[in-house]
Design a protein around this ligand. Structure first.
Ligand SMILES: [Zn+2]
Length: 303
């Protein structure tokens, strides 16, 4: 449920100093082999035919039908309104980034190219807020993050969970851990996979902490649902509603009041400094209109 592909491509684009290399990364990253274009056309036609066979006017209508949104028009007008609302602010942010580039490159007429945006945004963020990802990660050993989730779950919902041994042949790697979440009435298994070679001592970067909290929101949604029929339970609800509890749960990963209870330095045991959490939040919120415009673009493409 958590798409990080774009984040990955963007984070690569924040690195190369040479504009030619950035351009190359951007062009290759946004290209498809020519022979795929015909396949894509066939797929679009097949999707359209499928949607019409199912009694819909378009594939977008078919895709929206199981969701809460009433129609394609409602979704499009929501996205267009959102885009109109932030357009002015997004233009301002674009000019701020362009001015920054002009100062850095000492070129008063430089344009901001598509492959420049992530690079200069990264530069502006790191010059405005000191957020060293490895320092941040030192406060998030996986074992502490799991303790943090336990504190939250127990205080919010009166549920607890703990690590349980893996059965024979149950996992694909010895570092995979299995957590069992208990509630007075139900038991659910949550299986997460984070890249690490050190099992429980793995340190999560903040993006991973956010993902862990997000996925945990899904687990809680399933665990705490009280419905008569299983097909209206937990994540089996309409997809746009299914993401709501997990999206809300993500906010705890940004809240100092929560982080200070479990984000502890491995050696000193000191909680994560409030200043660092503020810097994380400030860095994330530097270009809100640009971020939102991007999401609107993906949503429209998805339709
Ligand atoms: Zn999700």
């Amino acid at each position: 449920y958590n798409v990080c592909h774009h984040t990955y491509a963007s984070s690569i684009l924040t690195v190369p100093k040479c504009p030619k290399v950035r351009r190359q990364v951007y062009v290759v990253g946004n290209s498809e082999p020519r022979e795929n274009i015909g396949v894509l056309d066939e797929l679009i036609d097949a999707r359209d035919e499928f949607a019409k066979t199912m009694g819909c006017r378009s594939y977008a209508e078919f895709a929206i039908r199981p969701n809460m949104a009433a129609s394609v028009d409602v979704v499009m007008s929501f996205l267009n309104d959102l885009s109109d609302t932030v357009r002015h602010k997004a233009d301002e942010e674009f000019n701020t980034i362009k001015d920054f580039k002009r100062r850095v490159c000492n070129d008063k007429s430089a344009d901001l190219e598509p492959w420049d945006e992530d690079y200069f945004i990264g530069m502006m963020k790191s010059s405005a807020h000191t957020v060293d990802p490895s320092v941040v990660a030192s406060y998030f050993p996986l074992s502490q993050c799991i303790k943090g989730l336990n504190v939250l779950v127990e205080s919010l919902f009166g549920a607890t969970f703990h690590q349980v041994p893996m059965g024979d042949g149950e996992s694909w790697h010895p570092n995979v851990i299995k957590l069992s979440l208990h509630h007075p009435d139900e038991i659910i298994a949550l299986v997460c996979n984070f890249s690490s070679s050190r099992g429980l001592t793995a340190r999560l970067n903040h993006c991973d902490v956010e993902t862990l909290f997000h996925e945990f929101g899904h687990a809680l949604h399933s665990l705490l649902s009280r419905t008569e029929y299983q097909h209206f339970s937990g994540t089996r609800v309409a997809l746009d509603v299914a993401e709501t509890p997990s999206n809300l749960f993500e906010f705890y990963a940004w809240d100092y009041r929560v982080l200070r209870t479990f984000a502890l330095d491995e050696t000193t045991g000191d909680p994560i400094p409030e200043k660092l959490v503020k810097a994380l939040n400030a860095s994330r919120n530097m270009f809100p209109a640009t971020d939102l415009q991007r999401q609107v673009f993906y949503s429209i493409m998805d339709l």
